[in-house]
Ligand binder design. Structure first.
Ligand SMILES: Nc1ncnc2c1ncn2[C@@H]1O[C@H](COP(=O)(O)OP(=O)(O)O)[C@@H](O)[C@H]1O
Ligand SMILES: [Mg+2]
Length: 274
């Protein structure tokens, strides 16, 4: 079964889109270097702000006939084909494919309110085509909306990006609770919280180090995949250029940190297991 990684946290600005886009490219590159038969990765952008779409395709004005919106609005019988038709190649790598978000997604939640099976409108078509890909990566919007629920229901592995500040780690437990509710409430036994990705870490700040130590020794969280990405202005410059962090500066601290994290994901993809 293809692993579907969803990057989620109801807080904005914690690095979801940065992490989803760079992880998606990182997985493709690492699989190719490992000589994998299939190194294609599909990135799905569920945020109407379309940041992930913009930086990986150079465009953000996808709409009614070429985006995730199209898939959500199509008939059950045609949704998988519509999904395939809506996928575009990323400007970052020919093996990185993108199902673009659209500003239209803003209204999609209202349009789908009360429609039978609405929460499965991504999971269902995706399950029919996922085996074409070595992995799928989903970026979510900063809220627990229907769109985010759809992303979680379509996923096998939730990764929670979080900034190393006290309040946000309190928030971390509530994100994990929400993901577990979705697994149980929507009968999605394949979904689990797989990883925590600490973003914008500054190891000169004592509180940050303290928090990291606490997380690592936590009885539950300490067993998850953990990544630590330093605060690094190369990330902003890469965004401004619509480049991945690896292409912007592969020697930057953020590049190295993302590669380490991606290696852990690729290990799961190739070897399976939690
Ligand atoms: N490791 C990092 N170091 C410095 N800035 C970062 C880092 N990760 C993300 N950022 C910046 O933080 C902002 C929010 O990141 P983004 O990935 O868009 O978050 P989200 O998708 O959770 O809203 C962006 O301006 C981005 O450039
Ligand atoms: Mg985002």
């Amino acid at each position: 079964m293809t692993r579907v990684f969803v990057f989620t946290n109801h807080k904005g600005g914690v690095g979801k889109s940065t992490s989803a886009t760079n992880a998606a490219l990182g997985i493709t590159s690492m699989l190719r270097r490992a000589g994998a038969a299939n190194s294609r990765v599909l990135l799905i952008d569920t945020d109407s702000q379309a940041h992930a779409t913009l930086i990986t395709t150079g465009m953000k004005d996808y709409g009614t006939d070429n985006s995730l919106y199209t898939v959500l609005m199509s008939d059950r019988q045609t949704a998988a084909q519509t999904l395939l038709n809506s996928i575009v190649q990323s400007t970052w790598d020919e093996n990185l494919h993108v199902l673009p978000a659209s500003p239209m997604l803003e209204g999609a939640e209202r349009e789908l309110m009360g429609v039978a099976g609405a929460p499965y409108r991504l999971a269902e078509p995706l399950s029919r085509i996922a085996n074409r890909y070595a992995a799928v990566v989903i970026d979510t919007r900063p809220s627990f909306s229907l769109m985010t629920e759809m992303g979680l229901i379509a996923a096998t592995d939730a990764i929670v990006p979080v900034e190393p500040r006290y309040l946000e780690t309190v928030g971390l437990m509530s994100v994990i609770g929400k993901i577990n509710d979705i697994r149980d409430g929507w009968r999605q036994p394949n979904l689990r919280v797989s990883g925590i990705l600490i973003t914008k870490m500054n190891n000169r700040i004592r509180g940050h180090n303290h928090l990291l130590t606490e997380l690592k020794s936590h009885s539950v969280l300490g067993n998850l995949i953990m990544g630590v990405v330093p605060a690094n202005e190369a990330v902003s410059y890469a965004h401004q250029n619509h480049q991945s962090i690896f292409d912007y500066d592969y020697k930057s601290p953020a590049s190295k940190a993302y590669m380490q994290f991606v290696a852990k994901l690729v290990y799961r993809i190739l070897k399976g297991g939690a």
